[in-house]
Design a protein around this ligand. Structure first.
Ligand code: GUN
Ligand code: FE
Length: 461
């Protein structure tokens, strides 16, 4: 039986709940009852058979219980630990160059347009709506260097009810676009203004992140000041690391005194238990050890790693080093804004490593499901609040209908016993069929107990 705690309950759901715990990659709770309180937190999880007892204890009417349909289940909201909101404007195009050329040819010119707040509003509204629709209840965003547009992204995430970490990008060198660059002083002053103004809004689900773009874009003077700002304000930090071989060469030239790429960030106090670094395809075991020791997390961005021909992250090795790991779409290096796509591609990347080396221990679907949910919450140091269905955590959840009308899954019951056993190894029918699903199967999305898809507030549509 699952434990319970008191509190005024506003919603109660009954049906199948699927989630991860640190011990079990994929746990299925069948015929469960889950209560959500007025603060949007999970107040109890119990068994369906205890409905009467629970209704008395938590003061709800048994006839108010929201019963899931036969083909439905709840899973935790998915977490995108690395996405460039500003690059959503060209996702799916311009993937014909490796990283450094891609940044100079397409990315910096596109990002420079976010000086225009009208344009920023359109793109940021689309990316927040689309990712919520895809089941991303928490997103860790890069915006651009523009403080006002970055604040607007925070406002839009708040208005649509998405949980978000938002970074105003900092960079003071190596940029093809002259007017898309800051001095150290501008970058520091604007970072201070961004943090102060975003915190002043008191959005309950949106936090600022200190965001040095990556070492090649930042002088030592800027990295040093950003490390100090993050420390003094106890803030999250995000950046990129060890994505591409040419990038590693450039880093060696720019920072001849640092032994490794990791040492550069470490030296400036940018590796903390609230830091998330994207990619890390080419990190050494020694660097991964520094990640573990400092509590730094990695965001695995498999679509981008292949789309920009950057490399293949050995996620198994990262997990073996006990480094916190989440999934990222890395739009627009990655062309899909869906974490379900990142799940599929994480499995593909792991299988490619097994093709290359049969000794490689391929990640399982269950492990990757955990990376998309609980793993992401750990990577963002939010696992005390979100990531799975634990009492006291916020109810961030997806109501999935495997048989959604017009959706991509056809429920054909297979009679072959071996396959049936595999599909129903969680004694579930219908099976989860996760690798065939898409946003059409996500019928409702909740963040902190509020239904954000379909959108309650038509004014936001
Ligand atoms: N490294 C520095 N900036 C970027 C970016 O915008 N996308 C990716 N994929 N890598 C980066
Ligand atoms: Fe990125």
């Amino acid at each position: 039986c699952w434990s319970q705690r008191g509190g005024p309950v506003t919603h109660v759901f009954r049906g199948t709940f699927i989630h991860s715990t640190p011990e079990t990659a994929l746990q299925v709770l069948e015929d469960a009852l889950l209560g959500v309180d007025t603060a949007g937190k999970i107040s109890f999880i119990g068994k369906g058979e205890n409905l009467l007892e629970l209704s008395q204890k938590f003061g709800f009417n048994p006839s108010d219980v929201n019963q899931l349909a036969q083909h439905e289940f709840f899973m935790p909201g998915m977490i995108d630990t690395h996405i460039h909101a500003s690059q959503y404007s060209y996702a799916g195009t311009a993937l014909d160059m490796p990283l450094l050329q891609w940044l100079n040819t397409y990315t910096f010119p596109v990002e420079s347009h976010f000086k225009d707040l009208e344009f920023a509003k359109k793109v940021y509204t689309q990316v927040v709506k689309r990712t919520l629709r895809n089941g991303t209840t928490t997103a860790c965003y890069f915006a651009t260097i523009h403080t006002d547009a970055s604040l607007l992204l925070g406002q839009i995430a708040n208005d649509f009810g998405q949980r978000a970490l938002v970074g105003k990008v900092c960079m003071d060198r190596n940029n093809s676009v002259k007017h898309y660059r800051e001095t150290v002083q501008e970058s520091v002053d604007e970072t201070h203004r961004f943090i102060k103004e975003l915190l002043n809004k008191k959005y309950p689900l949106v936090k600022p992140v200190v965001t040095p773009r990556f070492a090649p874009s930042c002088t030592e003077a800027l990295l040093e000041q950003l490390g100090t700002i993050a420390k003094n304000n106890n803030l999250h930090i995000q950046s990129h690391i060890s994505e591409n071989i040419d990038e590693l060469k450039l880093v060696k030239e720019l920072f001849p005194d640092s032994e490794t790429y990791t040492d550069i960030y470490h030296k400036f106090n940018l590796l903390t238990d609230k830091t998330i670094m994207a990619h890390g395809c080419h990190l050494s075991d020694k660097e991964l050890t520094v990640f573990r020791e400092t509590g730094t997390s990695l965001s695995h961005c498999p679509n981008s790693n292949v789309s920009l021909c950057s490399g293949i992250l050995d996620a198994r090795n990262v997990l073996n080093h006990k480094v916190k790991l989440g999934l990222g779409t890395d739009v627009a290096g990655g062309y899909s804004s869906s974490i379900l796509d990142a799940v599929r591609r994480t499995l593909d990347a792991s299988k490619v490593l097994t093709i290359q080396n049969p000794q490689h221990q391929t990640l399982t679907f269950e492990e990757v499901f955990r990376l998309a949910t609980l793993g992401g919450s750990q990577a963002l140091s939010l696992d005390d609040q979100i990531g799975n269905f634990e009492i006291g955590k916020d109810f961030d959840a997806l109501r999935v209908n495997v048989a959604a009308r017009g959706g991509p899954i056809d429920l054909v019951q297979c009679k072959e016993p071996k396959v049936v056993d595999h599909l129903t190894s969680y004694s579930l029918f219908p099976p989860i069929c996760p690798l065939k699903g898409d946003d059409r199967n996500i019928v409702e999305v909740f963040v902190a107990g509020r239904k954000v898809v379909p959108c309650e507030d038509l004014a936001l549509e």
